[in-house]
Design a binder for this molecule. Structure first.
Ligand SMILES: Nc1nc2c(ncn2[C@@H]2O[C@H](COP(=O)(O)OP(=O)(O)OP(=O)(O)O)[C@@H](O)[C@H]2O)c(=O)[nH]1
Ligand SMILES: [Mg+2]
Length: 252
């Protein structure tokens, strides 16, 4: 119980897990890990078969969106032609930041200027990607607090633009969750998911001291899979998520 609270799993889920364990037989730590892994095993989006595969990355300020978008662009580049899109039109240096990442990843970029309409930038980028038959499009978005209705509206507008090109919306509609954020991230994730039909999570900054246990209630309550873990600031620092490995690390 203590170990779970310390790992940011939260009181409610620590209790859910404890109740299940009471009935378990044999090695308790193994049973605990199995239970955590099963809570984390959510179906992955069965999408991404048609080119261009569209990935959009959203999340609260500083949660690692741009870094994750760059890491994903770099992963996809190994298998195709990627267009990295700056849907962040708020941040002063967003465009320069993404440019540097695009160079590192060796991918093409659609930049934006501060103050531009993000949905219009995404519209242009989608037209370009479909015309040039890119294999992947990765869209970075501005940081926003889930409580800002106007900014959440902007995110919905971006998704509506994507729907014009791909009726089911982004193939991978990713929310980044900072492993350090703890219980606050549950409510944030819920609101993002309700607004724009998030279908996958990336847990970022998992290389630090944070255990990231809050991902357990997020995954389980919202029925969302964790697709990747961010494990550093470098472009290669991303790994596929494995529920068993995570269960082991959260309990050690
Ligand atoms: N250690 C570590 N740092 C990370 C990771 N992902 C992102 N960061 C760092 O977190 C900080 C914020 O990352 P960004 O990718 O700029 O976050 P963002 O969500 O795009 O931020 P805004 O656009 O300002 O909302 C940077 O200093 C990154 O280097 C990670 O997996 N591990
Ligand atoms: Mg950013």
């Amino acid at each position: 119980m203590e170990i779970l609270i310390q790992a940011d799993v939260g009181v409610k889920y620590a209790e859910v897990i404890r109740a299940k364990l009471e009935r378990a037989e044999g090695d308790r730590i193994m049973a605990l890990r199995e239970e955590i892994a099963s809570l984390l095993s959510q179906p992955r989006p069965s999408r991404g078969v048609e080119a261009p595969v569209i990935t959009m990355v959203s999340g609260v300020n500083g949660s690692g969106k741009t870094t994750t978008a760059a890491k994903l662009a770099n992963l996809h580049r190994k298998a195709g032609t990627v267009l990295l899109v700056s849907g962040d039109t708020y941040r002063d240096a967003a465009h320069e930041q993404l440019n540097i990442w695009a160079q590192r990843a060796g991918v093409e970029i659609v930049a934006s200027q501060r103050g531009q309409d993000a949905a219009a930038v995404v519209h242009d980028a989608m037209s370009k990607a479909f015309a040039k038959k890119n294999s992947h499009v990765v869209i970075d978005t501005a940081g926003r607090l889930h409580t800002r209705a106007d900014l959440m509206e902007e995110l919905k507008k971006i998704v509506r633009v994507i729907i014009k090109f791909r009726p089911d919306g982004p193939d991978y509609n990713i929310l980044t969750i900072d492993a350090n954020l703890g219980q606050n991230s549950i409510q944030q994730a819920k609101i993002f998911t309700e607004a724009i039909a998030v279908n996958g999570l990336v847990l970022t900054k998992f290389d630090g001291t944070a255990k990231g246990g809050a991902i357990i209630p997020i995954c389980n309550e919202l029925r969302l899979p964790v697709l990747y873990l961010g494990v550093g600031e470098g472009i290669e620092d991303i790994v596929e998520f494995d529920p068993e490995d995570f269960a082991r690390s959260v309990t050690t």
